[in-house]
Design a protein around this ligand. Structure first.
Ligand code: PPS
Length: 291
């Protein structure tokens, strides 16, 4: 099936991939379970990486168990829907407790039950410059998105929140705020890249779990970019080609901090920085755009 790159559809003012927009209604009937764990991110911020880390933790570091299915079946993507592929809600029906769930939704579209049940959340934030570069490449290869246009126009749309899931700026801030009232572990892609073992230990503590030191080391090793890129259970190469065309750009593309420097011109960087300073003014946490 060839996707026609349908235009984004707005739900409560949030632009979404057309097929995903169709699930937002039914998704509001989701019954969350108290032992669910939600992995939340703005797109392209390290969701797949965190999903693999947490599944490995849940499976006690056993590789054969993590190889039981591709990552999107092990960690259902709540709002996912695409013709010819099981939806996130369908996958969820087959998922036994304790469940790992994935979403990119802003809080205004999140099923209320997840909040009512005080479901633990691991949120990963990544610096906006690397996100927008990763997102542009993803738009090009995943044809459920509209045509991204030129890099310059995509960058402009990103700054204005006119991309799928809307504003990065609002997303990272509102999920940070949620920490005040809800169990949220807020992590940064750059920290995970810098010292994955330290960050995995934070996750273990948040989950109230412990693992032997050598198992933690094994998880660090197995969830490296290189390992995940060559692992068909994490690299999305088994997704239908009509949905993700890895010959355009692989899903596991670079996995670095600072790749934005290869895409931004000096003028784009200046424009972006000025807009960023205005939009993020007063924000109490900081992003690192290089390590
Ligand atoms: S999605 O489609 O929104 O769920 O994508 P997401 O998984 O959030 O983000 C994809 C980017 O994360 C990179 N990635 C990793 N980086 C470092 N280490 C590991 N193990 C890893 N796994 C995935 C992936 O390459 C995408 O970033 P870019 O910059 O495009 O390479």
């Amino acid at each position: 099936m060839e996707f026609s790159r349908p235009p984004l559809v707005h739900v409560k003012g949030v632009p979404l991939i057309k097929y995903f927009a169709e699930t937002i209604g039914p998704l509001q009937n989701l019954t969350a379970w108290p032992d669910d764990l939600l992995i939340s991110t703005y797109p392209k911020s390290g969701t797949t990486w965190m999903s693999e880390i947490v599944d490995m933790i849940y499976q006690g570091g056993k590789l054969d168990k993590c190889g039981r299915a591709p990552i999107h079946f092990r960690v259902p993507f709540l709002e996912f829907k695409c013709p010819g592929v099981p939806s996130g809600l369908e996958t969820l029906e087959e998922t036994p407790a304790p469940r790992l769930l994935k979403t990119h939704l802003p809080l205004s579209l999140l099923p209320q039950s997840l909040l009512d049940q005080k479901v633990k959340v691991i949120y990963i934030a990544r610096n906006a410059k690397d996100v927008v570069v990763s997102y542009y490449n993803f738009y090009n290869m995943a044809k459920v998105h509209p045509d991204p246009g030129t890099w310059d126009s995509f960058l402009e749309n990103f700054m204005e929140g006119k991309v799928s899931y809307g504003s990065w700026y609002q997303h990272v801030k509102e999920w940070w705020e949620l920490k005040n009232t809800h169990p949220v572990l807020y992590l940064f892609y750059e920290d995970l890249k810098e010292n994955p073992k330290r960050e995995i230990k934070k996750i273990l503590e948040f989950l109230g779990r412990s693992l032997p030191e050598e198992t933690v080391d094994f998880i660090v090793h197995h969830t490296s970019f290189k390992k995940m890129k060559e692992n068909p259970m994490t690299n999305y190469t088994n997704a239908p080609r009509e949905f993700m065309d890895h010959s355009v750009s692989p899903f596991m593309r670079k996995g670095t901090v600072g790749d934005w420097k290869n895409a931004f011109t000096v003028a784009q960087n200046e424009r972006f920085d000025a807009h960023y300073a205005k939009t993020m003014k007063g924000c109490e946490f900081k992003f690192r755009c290089e390590l």
